[in-house]
Each structure stands twice: as C-alpha cells, then as structure tokens.
Design a protein around this ligand. Structure first.
Ligand code: G3P
Ligand code: CA
Length: 392
C-alpha cells in the first residue's frame, strides 16, 4: 500500500468541542480501549460496543472523500489528513468495481478526471464512451481494468481550476482498495487511540449489477471478513439507489443511509424498474416512512434542507429535518465546501471566484436547522463550526 503515513495526532482540534455525544463516545472508546492492539478481526469488532452511530458527535463532521479540499480525493493522503484534522467520520470511499471483481475507491467509475490514466499509452485503447445511468460518458472506466492495472495509476486533483494548490500532490498516491481501507481503519484506530469511522458509498449499483459486478455482496463479504458488518460497527453505508440499501439491509446490520439528489430527480434503480417516484415523493412523510423501514438515515442535498432561489440565495428551510426525525431517520446532507462557487450566494465573498466565502456563516445556518451532520470537503472548517455550534 503506497500510503504516506502521517503522525497520528491525539489532540482535540481547536474549537472542535466534544459536545454531549462526543463525551459519551469517548466513554465508549475508553470502555473499548482494548481495541487498541487488536487485529482487525471480528474479535476487535466486538470491542466497538456502545450505540454505534448514535454515539457520534452531533452535528457529525464527515470528511467528504477525505479532506478533499486539500488533497486529491479518495487517497490515503486525503483520508489521513481528515483524521489529522479531527474529522468524526471519513467517507472512505465511493466504491466501484474492477474488471476482476475487486472494489476500489473512486468517486466515479470514469477515472480520466481523477487519475493519470490518460498519460499511460498502454491504456489508450481502453478509452470508451458508455451510457452510465442514462448519461453518455467518455473516458476510462474501472470495470475495464484489473486491479493490478489500476494500481499502476496515480491519483490527481479532480477540480484543479478551483483548487490549483492541490495539484502539488498529483501523482503521490495510488487508488486505494476497499479492503485496504478496512485494514487502514484498524491501523489508524490503533495508532490514534480513537475509533476511526468510515462512510463508504456504493456507486451505480444497478449499472454494475447488469455488468455482472454486483457491489452489495462484495462489500458485505469484505465487511464480514473484517468483522465490521454489525449494527454498532464503525461503518455507515450509503447509496443513491434505495434498492441497493434494501439489498444491503438483508446482507449486513450496519447503519444504512439513502442518498437523495435534487427533488425532481429519480433514483436510477427506480428508472430501471419503472417506479415513477421522484425524490420529491421520497421526502414526503410517506416516502420517509418507507425509507425508515430499511434504513437509519438519509443523505439529502443541502438544497433539500434549505432551497435556494434563482439567484442562489437561501430561502426558507423545508420541513424535511422535522419530518425525517419524526420517522427516526438521521440526516447527513451534502456537500459543504469553502470556495465561493459551492456556497449559497448569501455567503460568497469578494470577486475571486475560487476564494473562500463565509463558510462559517453557511455551516451555522445549516446546523441551525437541526441536521445530524454534514459531508464537507473542509473538515477543519466544519469542526470549528461544530465547536461554535455546540459550545454556543
Ligand atoms: O455521499 C455523500 C455525497 O458524497 C454524495 O454525493 O456525488 O459526492 O458522492 P457524491
Ligand atoms: Ca459519496
């Protein structure tokens, strides 16, 4: 594993106040301190104890694809920086399969934008145009590469125009496998003396199942191998396709989260199955009740929490937080980023399009809605905002 190891910091981040649930979580870690030094086995998993995800600090700061505001996403560099910053959970990773059935961490199966594959002449003939969930997509796809081939590539910054500084790290890290992540999680838990949580997402499950590369069974098999398939295991699973979450519900006991895109969109498995429901239907009380019958939470867009008007400014919060909580569902919306283009217009600052805006103002506004956590590319900013919020 070509991981750049960093010194594991046990220090609390400034402003990342612990809050009531964090104190509870610390007590749980103390009780389960025997996990340190144990191998990543089922025996170690038995030590997690507690109430699982319910013991996470709230609002939970989830490092989106790692600390991807500062490092190329879905690399051990991005994941470890997130832990160094004190992120409560790391989204490690977005999961896609290889040709030979391994599971790797990339945001999308198309890897032209996040790796140096275009610089490898030996893979030039793999470039293809495919229809991915109804969208014509050109590039290189993980399902056309063996794991050994993918391991010859190096990750690069996905949005260099917005984040030119991150290109410094282009070429430094390889593509992680999910199995490496599960091993890394145990190493980091031991090294840092605190339980490391991960939040992997299954990408395009229907697309891959049709290719004979079903994700859920492979992910479940790996979770079982490392004893991390339990109700209180430190692994939350997510997908945009409800049928994938339903499938996982039958395979593992992990906490499960249904991701929700824009209100007018339909999950791709609904499209394939002829289910006419849209996300707008799923966020109604009836839809939330249905989700709560097999999942523990939802991951909506931030716009489903507070819609924006045509100028990009925030309007009035919806009733989604209250409605989801009424069904016992937690909410982890996505994605908070510090740069102006990604913030609501209310919080953009200055004339530099990629400068940081008032991210603290945006975090405060979203936290005030009662959300249980948020995915962010900037976990350090999120943790300071978390501290401001819980400490008043
Ligand atoms: O998993 C939360 C969020 O990551 C979903 O969106 O496209 O960034 O994977 P995406
Ligand atoms: Ca994701």
């Amino acid at each position: 594993m070509a991981t750049q190891r960093t010194q594991g910091s046990k220090e609390q981040q400034p402003g990342a106040g612990p809050g009531r649930r964090a104190v509870l979580g610390a007590a749980v870690l103390g009780a389960g301190g025997a996990v340190m030094g144990l191998p990543g086995t089922a025996a170690a998993a038995e030590q997690y104890g507690g109430r699982g995800y319910k013991d996470l600090p709230v609002p939970t700061v989830i490092a989106h694809r790692g600390a991807s505001g500062y490092r190329p996403e879905h690399t051990f560099g991005a994941y470890e920086l997130a832990l160094d910053m004190g992120a409560h959970v790391v989204e490690a990773g977005d999961l896609v399969p290889t040709k030979d059935g391994h599971i790797v961490c990339r945001h999308e199966p198309e890897i032209g934008g996040t790796t140096d594959v275009a610089d490898h002449p030996e893979f030039a003939d793999r470039k293809a145009t495919k229809v991915l969930d109804g969208v014509s997509t050109t590039g290189w796809f993980t399902e056309d590469f063996t794991l050994a081939e993918l391991k010859t590539l190096r990750a690069k910054e996905r949005i260099p125009a917005n984040r030119p500084h991150n290109t410094l790290y282009n070429g430094r890290w390889e593509i992680p496998t999910f199995e490496e992540v599960l091993q890394w999680q145990d190493e980091q838990t031991r090294g840092r003396g605190r339980q490391v949580w991960i939040y992997p997402e299954l990408k395009h499950p229907t697309y891959f199942r049709k290719l004979g590369l079903g994700l859920e069974e492979r992910v479940a098999r790996l979770l079982r191998k490392y004893g991390k398939d339990k109700r209180n295991s430190p692994v939350i699973l997510q997908s945009f396709e409800p049928s994938s979450i339903q499938r996982l519900d039958k395979l593992v006991d992990n906490p499960l989260v249904v991701l929700l895109s824009s209100a007018s969109s339909r999950p791709w498995d609904f499209v394939e199955a002829g289910d006419p429901r849209t996300v707008a239907d799923l966020v109604k009380p009836e839809g939330l009740k249905w989700i709560a019958s097999y999942a523990q939470g939802i991951g909506p867009t931030l716009d489903l929490i507070i819609p924006r008007d045509t100028t990009g400014k925030l309007t009035t919060p919806t009733t989604l937080v209250a409605d989801a909580h009424a069904e016992g569902l937690i909410l982890h919306p996505y994605t908070m980023r510090n740069e102006n283009p990604f913030l609501p217009a209310d919080f953009r600052k200055g004339t530099d399009p990629d400068a940081y805006g008032d991210a603290f103002g945006a975090f405060k506004t979203y936290f005030a809605t009662g959300i249980d956590g948020v995915f962010t590319d900037n976990p350090d900013t999120g943790l300071l905002a978390h501290g401001d919020f819980v400490n008043g």
